[in-house]
Design a protein around this ligand. Structure first.
Ligand SMILES: [Cu+2]
Length: 141
């Protein structure tokens, strides 16, 4: 009885608003269109913490890619490199931009071809649950 009540609550929470689960609001989510056969794509979005406690993004995943990781582009002596991030902390009321030239979601080995206008669901895991959003494939603005 109690278990089914809890499951009902969880389902209601999930159905309510997938992109605002936990305290995170994911906005303007997009994936940079890449040539056919590309094995590596990048996803971008603005991630806002609407809650009153810090949220730590620890991982990301998508059914449409073999793997998704948190990355950051950094310039060192005129050379741009990428490094993997273990965690991205978002303070209460703050936003973190995943944007070209900075933090991004590294999307490895798409499981099917993607073209502009396609939508891909990406899930972020956090210390307080997670959040997901539909990322739209498009050319760079
Ligand atoms: Cu990267």
């Amino acid at each position: 009885m109690r278990a089914s009540f809890l499951i009902g609550l969880l389902l209601a929470a999930c159905a309510n608003n997938a992109s605002a689960a936990g305290h995170l609001v994911i906005e303007g989510a997009w994936i940079r269109n890449a040539p056919p056969g590309a094995m590596m794509l990048a996803g971008y979005a603005s991630v806002r913490n609407d809650g009153d406690a810090a949220v730590i993004v620890t991982a990301a995943d998508s059914a449409d890619f073999a793997s998704v990781s948190l990355h950051e582009s950094i310039e060192e002596g005129g050379v741009v490199r990428m490094r993997a991030l273990d965690r991205v902390e978002i303070k209460p009321g703050a936003s973190v931009a995943f944007a070209p030239g900075g933090k991004h979601l590294m999307l490895m080995r798409p499981k099917h071809e993607l073209k502009p206008g396609d939508s891909v669901k990406i899930h972020l895991s956090t210390n307080s649950g997670g959040a997901a959003a539909e990322f739209i494939v498009r050319d760079a603005p």
